[in-house]
Design a protein around this ligand. Structure first.
Ligand code: SF4
Length: 305
């Protein structure tokens, strides 16, 4: 698919200003940095801020600026059918995992984090707010995840799964419970591509265990390559030095392969844009896919206060 420079400019503008649209599938809480609605633009998953003041509006599946049709088709992702089900042990499926985009199932396996005390907390994170609000449960079991994944694939055409988790004090920093979850899901849904997201583990062997369990990709998210930005925005997480990220990325590339390893780079935390681009280039050379994400603080985060 070729995208013209003016299309790129429009897409960047949409990502920044958002769009006036009602999206039934949205992310409003969690560990991620983006408050957004989930839509499909020209057949591809996208997340956009839902902004009633945006100059962009969606009418009849097209994006308009004023009266001008910008030539992009946009469809809100519909509410999935699996959201109406309840697990064998009585938990609503949407407290176990959520739809992200049109076909990605996302879960936070352990919804608590050792870094969530305010002085340590990442300023863009609201991982425990969804728990306090009763929108999720503290820890999902492998059996629950397998049950929900099977239904999401069968009823809603889910094609991949993402598992993230809060950080623990253990040497694997919380990664090892994901091994059992990946195994259980793949027993029920053989072949489902699963990305796991972890902090750099002190015990690197868990990276191989995740791969052997069947995970196909891994995210080890540094969020920023600038140590000052890291200290300001992630006081707890920035105590993990950059060299530990580099060691974990290199091990993950050895185990999972080039471009099967990714890291978020958030834009909008006061970083130098040229340094961000140069850093992204170094990650690419290393085999690590830099996933550039605009920072859109969610309600309940320290950044939103
Ligand atoms: S490390 Fe930071 S972003 Fe991750 S769950 Fe903990 S507080 Fe949230």
């Amino acid at each position: 698919m070729t995208i013209s420079p003016s299309d790129v400019a429009t897409r960047v503008d949409l990502a920044l200003h958002g769009v006036r649209v009602d999206a039934p599938v949205a992310r409003r809480k969690g560990a991620g940095p983006s408050d957004d609605g989930h839509v499909v633009i020209d057949g591809r998953n996208a997340t956009l801020p839902m902004n009633p003041e945006s100059p962009y509006a969606v009418r009849e599946g097209r994006v308009f600026k004023g009266g001008l049709d910008l030539g992009l088709s946009v469809e809100p992702v519909r509410r999935p059918r699996f959201y109406d089900l309840v697990t064998a042990d009585g938990v609503p499926y949407d407290k176990i995992a959520l739809l992200h985009g049109r076909d990605v199932l996302a879960t936070t396996v352990v919804q608590t984090c050792i870094r969530y005390v305010e002085p340590d907390r990442c300023r863009f994170c609201s991982i425990e707010e969804s728990l306090k609000a009763g929108a999720t449960i503290a820890a999902k079991t492998p059996a629950q995840l397998a049950e929900v994944a099977e239904a999401a694939v069968r009823l809603d055409g889910v094609r991949q799964m993402v598992m993230t988790t809060g950080t623990t004090h253990a040497p694997d920093r919380g990664a090892r419970p994901l091994v059992r979850c990946v195994r259980a899901v793949l027993e029920k849904v053989p072949g489902l591509p699963i990305q796991v997201q972890i902090e750099p583990p002190r015990d690197l062997s868990v990276i191989r265990e995740l791969h052997e369990a069947g995970a196909t990709a891994i995210g080890i998210h540094v969020e920023s390559l600038d140590d000052d930005v890291r200290r300001r925005w992630m006081p707890g997480k920035s105590t993990v030095p950059m060299c530990e990220y580099e060691i974990a990325w290199d091990e993950a590339v050895r185990v999972f392969g080039r471009n099967r390893v990714s890291t978020y780079l958030l834009v909008g935390m006061g970083e130098d844009p040229d340094e961000l681009v140069a850093g992204a280039g170094r990650l690419i050379d290393r085999g690590v896919y830099p996933f550039v994400v605009p920072m859109r603080p969610m309600v309940g985060t320290l950044a939103h206060r």
